[in-house]
Design a protein around this ligand. Structure first.
Ligand code: IFM
Length: 433
């Protein structure tokens, strides 16, 4: 008797994983590399005992995952793992290290990156900006500067002119609302401001920057598809109480839809990054937190179904550009991917036009203020030798990518990975580095 109903994804579905330049490349010089070594940052880490706990090297991106050197090896492994798509990002500070002066050698590097992906039959999704700023731009106020949209669009124009015909999918900006929150409201990322005015100004300028970049890209590359990577969360109104519904409405409006609404005439697809679920009860989070990642983030795979259903309002194809978990022991990753994919499939069955799933991340990497301890990679990286090791969950994911779905055979072969026993607590609780 059949134990499992096979699920198949639409033909031409994109399967793969994502990385971001600063988190994996190594040897970058930008606002982050300066900030993470600043006296202010060091004394904060020391005061909280985090250097003692994790070691100083945890918080210095340095060689990161050495991907700038090893990209060919990494993409060959991705190919072996059945991926037909990869999302990378271009490091703005490499391309335009001084204002208005573009570095031809660096663009050659990214041409090689795109070329190897194409050779391997892997579709590149290219992000133009993923959090880090050239030092000269951050000194001008970054995205608080009123000319920042034009400055950003000029950089985008240069990259697209050079790579345009080789890249179809462009992602202008990664997670604008998180960037504005962490850097300008929460003050936990550079430039560590805590100002509502600055946060709103940055969001306003990021909207303008995206729209300008959209126009420039479309002009230079007619077949380009352009979008952003939007971090959307599932806010559930606990017990459907009216007060909770009201709060959910506000949260949805501001966090999930505001930015997308503003740029809706300037996006060809919705790029979704999804990680979080919040069950709202009178302003408090009432999450079940039965299963959590190493960072203490709740693992609630049903959330993505709701997030996807909510995105149908835009009537645009959706690419899931990030989704994943920190799981050093690789105990939960296969289960999480399995359950997440079932929920994505359910949304597709109900008419949502999801066209791809890219897991975060291909490689263990530098998780911003947390540093290197959270392990998000399908590939584990030895921090001494930089040797790559395929995690067992990556093999489960490989079988799904190759089959373009989940078959009874795949479930049988990976049973112990996708139905593990869970402890109720995280292996390591989140530390705000
Ligand atoms: O590492 C980050 C990435 O840079 C942006 N999206 C979320 C990931 C996990 O926190």
């Amino acid at each position: 008797m059949k134990k499992y109903d096979q699920i198949s994804f639409p033909q031409g579905f994109f399967w793969g994983a994502t990385t971001a330049s600063y988190q994996v490349e190594g040897d970058n010089h930008n606002d982050w590399s300066e900030w993470e070594k600043s006296e202010e940052r060091m004394s904060d880490l020391r005061a909280r005992g985090l250097i003692e706990k994790y070691g100083l090297e945890n918080f210095i991106s340095g060689q990161a995952s050495d991907h700038y050197v090893r990209f060919q090896e990494d993409f060959k492994i991705a190919k072996e793992l059945g991926h037909n798509a990869t999302r990378i990002s271009i490091e703005w500070s490499r391309i335009e290290p001084e204002e208005g002066k573009f570095n031809g050698e660096e663009i050659e590097h990214y041409k090689k990156v795109v070329a190897i992906l194409r050779e391997l039959g892997i579709e590149p999704f290219v992000t133009l900006w993923h959090y880090t700023l050239p030092v000269w731009f951050s000194r001008k106020g970054g995205f608080k500067n009123e000319n920042s949209p034009e400055i950003f669009a000029r950089y985008c124009a240069y990259v697209v002119e050079k790579l345009g015909d080789r890249v179809r999918f462009w992602v202008t900006i990664n997670e604008p609302e998180l960037y504005a929150d962490d850097s300008y409201l929460g003050g936990v990322h550079p430039p560590q401001e805590k100002s509502r005015m600055s946060q709103l100004l940055v969001i306003y300028n990021l909207i303008r920057a995206h729209c300008k970049a959209y126009e420039v890209i479309k002009e230079l590359s007619r077949n380009a598809k352009v979008g952003i990577a939007k971090n959307n969360q599932y806010f559930e109104a606990y017990q459907n109480k009216w007060a909770n519904r009201l709060r959910k409405r506000f949260k949805d409006w501001w966090w999930n839809f505001y930015f997308l609404n503003q740029i809706n005439d300037y996006q060809d697809f919705i790029g979704l990054n999804h990680y979080f679920y919040h069950r709202i009860n009178c302003g408090f989070n009432e999450n079940r937190t039965q299963k959590v990642s190493d960072m203490g983030w709740e693992l609630y795979p049903e959330a993505i179904y709701h997030v996807l259903m909510d995105l149908t309002r835009y009537h645009k194809p959706i690419y899931i550009l990030e989704n994943g978990l920190a799981d050093a022991k690789d105990e939960k990753r296969a289960w999480f991917i399995y359950e997440t994919l079932k929920n994505i499939h359910k949304a597709i069955n109900e008419g949502v036009d999801v066209k791809g799933y890219l897991h975060w991340s291909l490689l263990d990497n530098f998780e911003w203020r947390e540093g290197f301890w959270p392990k998000f990679g399908l590939l584990e990286i030895d921090r001494e030798t930089f040797e790559r090791k395929i995690r067992p969950s990556a093999n489960f994911y490989r079988d799904v990518c190759i089959a373009n779905g989940i078959t009874e055979g795949i479930v049988d072969a990976h049973q112990s990975l996708i139905a593990p026993e869970f402890s109720n607590t995280s292996t390591q609780q989140r530390e705000e580095g």
